[in-house]
Design a protein around this ligand. Structure first.
Ligand code: PLP
Length: 380
């Protein structure tokens, strides 16, 4: 089956009423067969039919054996970090989603955990590392840096390390980290999977049964499950993932080329541009560059505040992956958890803007950006 066929026909069907869509099981508890037997479903924190259906679909789309749906992307990340015990170390790439960084930089110390920031996994030698987990976001948020997943996995596995890939920017449509050797894939399904900016959700995908059972235990114990209604909404979004992402990616390519030749952008970060450091690796390991891009506004000639204020279709808001276009300023929004000195060190500058084009018509989006540049031009 092709990706779209899986996306449309996957998930657990409800045979009993011949309904095209599964019902939303809002029941928190389920009647048990007798005193000795536990039924298929018992209590919705542990398992729920609507959630099981979206998990079935997510696993099929990823080509994974197991999926777990969580209440948000951060709930998925938190479960993965629960694998660490006091004294354990993780390696993490230098720019990751600000919420992930907030977790690592604030909660690790209390738990006796250690982290090391890796500037570039493509040149980093894992041979001498004593880390337990390797956490990669590729392309990274917000600088769209690309990590060679296969290379890292090969080196990490020689040392017995577990590799986690946050695949939020790519989705299973554009990149399949498990097939490149990763052990665990996580998503903020709030983004492209949901696709309509109307829910928060997370996903964990993996092939290892023991690890899957561990995550099920942890999720049931900690409680960060995806609700039945959000499971239903998420599944509805997932049916059209590829159609939306194709359009968004085309829009992102058009915008990247527009910005690249506009004097309003000092620098454009997008792995679909040949000038980008990660272009070749991206071409090799993914089916496209994705639909998120960032650029540094030329503040010498353009006023950032006026530029943002004059956009009509790009809403100034955090998040990404919805059908509507969004723009945000990572240094004060999604990545404000990074201390200023660290932002400077890793290149998250105050004039960096991150774009998530939606599915609008490209001509309107380009007009919108062009018009905002005209309004924001400083008078000579
Ligand atoms: C790459 C990435 N990972 C994880 C998250 C966290 O997901 P959520 O907001 O669903 O908790 C985000 C959110 O922006 C993200 O961009």
């Amino acid at each position: 089956m092709g990706f779209n066929t899986i996306a449309v026909h996957g998930g657990i069907k409800d045979e009993s009423k011949s309904a095209i869509n599964p019902p939303v099981y809002l029941s928190s508890t389920f009647i048990q067969p007798d005193t000795e037997t536990e039924g298929e479903y018992c209590y919705s924190r542990g398992n729920n039919p609507t959630r099981a259906s979206v998990e079935d679909l997510a696993a099929a789309m990823e080509g994974a054996k197991f999926a777990l749906a969580t209440s948000s992307g951060m709930a998925a990340t938190s479960l993965v970090f629960e694998l660490l015990k006091e004294g354990d170390k993780i390696l993490i790439n230098s720019n990751v989603y600000g919420g992930t960084w907030r977790f690592v930089s604030n909660l690790f110390e209390n738990r006796g955990l250690v982290y090391e920031i890796v500037d570039d996994f493509n040149t980093y030698d894992l041979k001498d590392s004593d880390a337990k987990l390797v956490f990669i976001e590729t392309p990274s948020n917000p600088l769209l840096e690309v990590t060679d997943i296969r290379r890292v996995c090969e080196a990490a596995h020689k040392k017995g390390m577990t590799v986690i890939v946050d695949n939020t920017f790519m989705t299973s449509y554009l990149q399949k980290p498990l097939m490149l050797g990763a052990d665990i894939v996580i998503y903020s399904a709030t983004k492209y999977y949901g696709g309509h900016s109307d829910l928060l959700a997370g996903l964990i995908l993996l092939n290892d049964e023991k690890l899957y059972e561990r995550f099920r235990f942890l999720r049931n114990t900690l409680g960060g499950i995806l609700s039945p209604f959000d499971s239903f909404l998420l599944m509805r979004g997932m049916r059209t993932l590829a159609l939306r992402l194709d359009k968004q990616q085309e829009n992102a390519k058009g915008i990247a080329h527009f910005l690249d030749s506009h004097d309003g952008a000092d620098r454009v970060y997008y792995p679909g541009l040949k000038s980008n450091r990660g272009y070749e690796i991206q071409l090799e390991q993914a089916y496209g560059p994705g639909a998120v891009l960032s650029f540094e506004l030329n503040e010498k000639d353009y006023d950032l505040k006026t530029f943002v204020a004059n956009l009509r279709y790009f809403a100034f808001a955090v998040s990404l992956g919805g059908v509507e276009s969004l723009i945000c300023r990572p240094s004060t929004m999604t990545h404000e958890s990074y201390k200023k000195e660290l932002q400077v060190k890793i290149g998250i500058r105050p004039n960096l803007l991150r774009l998530s084009p939606g599915i609008e018509d490209i001509d309107d989006l380009l007009d919108d950006l062009n018009n905002a540049f005209i309004k924001a031009r400083r008078t000579l």
